[in-house]
Design a protein around this ligand. Structure first.
Ligand SMILES: Nc1nc2c(c(=O)[nH]1)N[C@H]1C(S)=C(S)[C@@H](COP(=O)(O)O)O[C@H]1N2
Ligand SMILES: [Mo]
Length: 197
């Protein structure tokens, strides 16, 4: 048959339409971080959006929590080939956060506490496709997974979902972030296997 199935790592299911090409399903939730997990008390947490005009929109944890919260059922896909199907998150849609933001920029760089960055085109962030998520599986997001809050862009490979997210810097050009400068694809669509550059 030519199919090697390992119960430990999960199995490739070529016939599962929820799995992008080259991915296998896992039941666990691996932790992948390029450095130590920063500790951000919610009293100190802030989320910002800066525009090309120099405007800075910012939310404290309190004002962020006052925004409409939504449940987000979604699958997630890591470039290292694991996919986790049927995860549930809660957070604020980027559409909500962008309501008063005026910009002609087409890209954003997500900045995280701790220094991680990743670039995402605005069309991938808007239209109900991304969130700032603070709850996973009905519990506050664990620090290892990006708590108090992380970006969630589940239709792109999971490295785009910046943990410990601090804000978005809008940019005119597509500026490679941390992994994008280290060989990962500039865009990262798992359905097109945009893994490496
Ligand atoms: N701030 C920050 N965000 C990050 C990373 C990181 O190292 N730092 N790693 C990315 C990568 S490569 C992946 S696969 C996912 C892993 O998220 P998880 O640890 O919750 O599984 O987070 C992404 N977001
Ligand atoms: Mo990753």
């Amino acid at each position: 048959m030519g199919i090697i199935s390992s119960g430990f790592h999960g199995k490739r299911q070529a016939d599962n339409p929820a799995l992008p090409p080259g991915q296998y399903e896992t039941g666990s939730f691996p932790v992948l971080s390029a450095g130590p997990a920063p500790h951000i008390p919610t009293e100190d947490w802030e989320f910002f959006i800066t525009t090309e005009a120099g405007r800075r929109h910012a939310w404290s944890w309190e004002t962020f929590m006052d925004l409409p919260q939504v449940d987000i059922p979604t699958d997630i896909h890591c470039v290292t080939s694991w996919s986790k199907l049927g995860t549930s998150w809660r957070g604020v849609s980027l559409d909500t956060l962008f309501e008063d933001v005026e910009t002609r920029c087409e890209y954003a760089t997500a900045h995280s506490y701790g220094g991680y960055t990743t670039n995402v085109p605005l069309p991938d962030l808007l239209g109900g496709r991304s969130w700032v998520a603070w709850e996973f599986g009905g519990e506050p997001l664990e620090r290892a997974h990006g708590g108090p809050a992380r970006l969630l862009v589940p239709h792109l490979y999971f490295w785009k979902s910046a943990k410990w997210v601090n804000g978005l810097e809008l940019t005119q050009n597509d500026v490679p972030g941390f992994w994008e400068s280290n060989g990962y694809h500039i865009h990262g669509d798992p359905w097109r296997e945009e893994r490496y550059s």
